[in-house]
Design a protein around this ligand. Structure first.
Ligand SMILES: [Zn+2]
Length: 395
């Protein structure tokens, strides 16, 4: 009875081994060459065991039993080897990074430089990297924490070390922006030194926390205006920059949510009051002047800043005008003087021609029409008197 069960197990094992051998063989060579490759590989990886196999075959004058035992031993040894390899990698990663994500631990595989790689990969205990770290965490040899749905393992002190490194960097950048421009935005990027992609989600959480703490503080200490940029106004450039950073579905969802919710701006009213004095009284404010005062930022953010100025001060009633890549702001009282009589659009400068004023495009069309009419012999009334054509009217 016992012998029958053993025989069945043996047959199943042999089938399994043959399957694996074929898998390895296909990865290397085909046919006889492949089997030779596997044989050489097995002898190289398990020299003592292979010699014992030959010895057992010769001694027992039987082939099947020794081969079965050999197969079982090879499977067990390979599995143990793979486990040891993964365990070493997990702790090496932890030592190198200080913090390791569960995601990374789960994905650890036997290292590729061993000749039994495919064999080991097929036989490895699944998720062993995580198992090993979980065991160490249960014995309190390493720490473990869940953050924003993701689990991490860390060596003592490393969690706090990363958090405070990120906080310092974020606060330094925010202080700098606040001093220079009086504005910080949720869209800001921070230059956090990090070569480990599995820690990016964690770093983003720390950035968000530090940002929130900072905002809380300045809200208490200063006169701060907070304004949300509607999601629809987030420019393509902003969205593209965010998408470029995306590495996982989770990150994608975060960006998606942010797109829906919009981005918040925080503005120091005292600084804003100083800055608007530079702009006050102008008919046209060019984008580069806004950049100079408030820092190079997304157009949607600049529009919000100027809208806040309009809302706060009566004489700062400006409207954004966009002509493709050309953006500027026009004062409410200057709109008429800058509107083309033909296309009714507002331009930085228009040209007086006859009784009316036109933009460059419309004026060119008028002249072309005049030329065409003249060629047909129609009488054309061209304006040449004051102001002379081509003289721009500065306002
Ligand atoms: Zn026009």
């Amino acid at each position: 009875m016992g012998t029958a069960i053993l025989t069945i197990i043996g047959i199943l094992l042999v089938i399994g081994i043959i399957y694996l051998i074929l898998k390895v063989a296909m990865g290397a060579l085909v046919g006889v060459g492949g089997i030779a490759y596997v044989a050489v590989m097995l002898i190289r990886c398990f020299p003592i065991l292979s010699i014992a196999l030959v010895g057992a075959i010769v001694y027992s004058e039987d082939v099947i039993a020794p081969v079965l035992l050999y197969a079982v031993a090879v499977v067990l040894l390979t599995r143990r080897r793979a486990a040891k390899d993964i365990k070493e990698q997990a702790f090496k990663k932890l030592e190198e990074q200080g913090i390791v994500s569960e995601h990374l631990a789960l994905g650890l595989e036997p290292s590729e430089n061993t000749p039994i790689y495919i064999f080991a990969k097929a036989l490895q205990p699944k998720g062993y990297g995580k198992k090993v770290l979980d065991k160490a965490a249960a014995k309190h040899r390493i720490g473990t924490k869940t953050c924003d749905g993701a689990r991490y393992y860390f060596d003592e002190g490393e969690w706090e070390k990363l958090a405070s490194r990120v906080a310092n960097e974020v606060i330094a950048t925010l202080n700098n922006q606040m001093q220079k421009y009086g504005i910080i935005s949720e869209n800001m990027s921070f230059n956090i030194d990090n070569k480990y992609s599995d820690l990016r989600g964690l770093i983003d959480v720390h950035i968000k926390d530090s940002f929130a703490h900072y905002v809380q503080r300045i809200m208490d200490e200063r006169d701060v205006i907070s304004e949300t940029i509607p999601a629809a106004r987030n420019s393509m450039a902003v969205v593209e920059a965010q998408i470029r950073r995306i590495q996982s579905l989770k990150e994608f969802m975060l960006v998606k949510n942010r797109e829906r919710e919009g981005v918040k701006l925080f503005i120091d009213k005292t600084v804003l009051t100083e800055k608007k004095n530079y702009l006050q009284g102008r008919a046209v404010i060019e984008e580069k002047d806004v950049d100079k005062l408030f820092g190079e930022r997304d157009l949607a953010e600049k529009e919000v800043i100027m809208n806040i100025c309009s809302a706060l001060w009566k004489d700062m009633d400006y409207k954004l005008v966009e002509h493709d890549a050309d953006h500027f702001w026009i004062h409410a009282t200057a709109v008429d003087k800058h509107t083309c009589a033909d296309c009714k659009e507002v331009y930085k400068s228009v040209e007086k021609y006859g009784k009316n004023q036109y933009c460059k495009g419309c004026l060119t069309k008028i002249h072309e029409q005049e030329d065409a009419d003249e060629a047909e012999g129609k009488s054309v009334r061209r304006y040449i008197s004051a102001p002379p054509p081509g003289v721009k009217i500065e306002m």
